[in-house]
Design a protein. Structure first.
Length: 407
């Protein structure tokens, strides 16, 4: 149908799925309607078979699962072998946890030794069998970056106030009986505040062949009788039970030091820290033996009519020791053999060139008692000749050897 004013043309078309009506104009094109009329709309759908649909769904799910299994099996058989990544060499080592350093089990330290503590912490620097520790948990250690090395830094600051109502001796900050004047002295009160007892210690643990090498370094400020200067107390290394360096002499027993207000401990106790090479052999958990080769250090008189003598020795000091360790305490015995003598420099007349054999024995022990074994009794007995430089606070008396003008 045509109309002259609008020039509108209608086109009608039908399909099997519905009726589409398009209206096209001279100036515009409009989509008027799109209708879809299902052919089944005019007939009633049959009632669905619910059980049948469920059965079909179950069969489909089984088929899908079987297909997935088959695909997985094929992929597994045809997957290419994964080549191992090439080894990359790097100078930077990954940081491993501190547990990689072997932790020795505590077998040869009895409960009484482990729990006993002293004010001056003398037991801290003592050597132990197999580098066993009084603190097996190794608290306070940190790992050196890019290494397996464990490091611990500890110590304390201690200030002492001394008021001496009758001044005796010239050792500032300590009471040293060997320096007490032997002649009458004027009465005088003396006061001092010192920090010589302050201490700094460094412990280094390095794994080696499933064992641990221990290095220990300890200093205090007691290096001068009148002032304050650094003094090396310990510096040693120990692998297994072989030790080299300076530490407590094997002739003494650091585990029997009593608690005293005076930092250096009681006079007469074996308290020498000596350069040495030591070996210890554990027989079992309770018994151990060992020996050490130590610096002699003969103590000679301060002066003679012919000059100042110098101590000499024909050989190092030889020490053998035995220790019994129990949960209630320990007993330690030691024997020493040494050569003592000396020479007056600058003269060939009346000297100490004749050397004598010194010897000695010590027996010490500590035993816990009281509530929770919190108290202890300590004791030490020493006998011998020519061993005075091993005694605490006994230096400068020339007690190892004497001077004879007939020699």
């Amino acid at each position: 149908m045509d109309h002259t004013s609008k020039r509108i043309r209608f086109r009608m078309s039908t399909t099997s799925s519905g009726l589409r009506l398009l209206i096209k104009g001279w100036r515009e094109i409009l989509i008027v309607a799109l209708l879809f009329i299902p052919t089944t709309a005019f007939c009633q759908a049959p009632a669905p078979d619910l059980e049948g649909l469920k059965n079909r769904l179950a069969k489909l799910e089984n088929e899908v699962q079987a297909i997935r299994s088959a695909i997985t099996s094929i992929e597994t058989k045809t997957a290419p072998a994964v080549e191992s990544a090439p080894e990359v060499h790097s100078k930077v080592r990954p940081v491993e946890p501190a547990s990689q350093v072997p932790l020795p089990s505590v077998v040869h330290i009895g409960a009484a030794t482990d729990t006993r503590e002293t004010i001056n912490q003398v037991e801290v620097g003592a050597t132990r069998i197999n580098n066993e520790s009084l603190d097996p948990a190794r608290r306070g250690y940190f790992k050196l970056p890019l290494t397996d090395t464990l490091i611990q830094i500890n110590g304390f600051v201690k200030s002492d106030l001394f008021i001496d109502t009758n001044y005796a001796g010239a050792y500032s900050g300590a009471y040293v009986p060997s320096l007490f004047p032997s002649s009458p002295q004027p009465h005088s009160v003396n006061s001092s505040v010192v920090m010589k007892a302050s201490r700094l210690a460094l412990t280094i643990l390095q794994p080696a062949s499933a064992k641990t090498v221990k290095g220990y370094f300890e200093v205090d400020a007691l290096g001068s009788t009148s002032g304050t200067s650094i003094r090396i107390r310990h510096i040693y290394a120990q692998y297994l039970n072989i030790l080299g360096g300076q530490t407590w002499s094997a002739f003494g027993d650091p585990d029997v030091f009593p608690n005293t207000l005076e930092f250096e401990g009681p006079p007469g106790i074996i308290g020498l820290r000596n350069p040495q090479i030591r070996y210890t052999q554990a027989i079992n958990a309770k018994h151990s033996i060992g020996f050490s080769v130590e610096n002699p250090g003969t103590d000679t008189p301060a002066n003679t009519p012919f000059g100042t003598p110098t101590g000499t020795s024909t050989r190092p000091d030889l020490v053998a020791f035995y220790r019994l360790e129990t949960p209630h305490g320990h007993i330690q015995s030691a024997f020493i053999s040494r050569s003592v003598g000396g020479v007056v420099a600058g003269t060939s007349q009346s000297n100490l060139r004749q050397h004598l054999n010194g010897y000695g024995a010590s027996l010490s022990g500590a035993f816990a008692f009281g509530r929770n074994k919190g108290e202890s009794i300590v004791a030490q007995a020493v006998i011998g000749k020519g061993i005075s430089n091993y005694y605490n606070d006994n230096f400068g008396l020339g007690s190892d050897v004497g001077f004879s003008a007939n020699n």
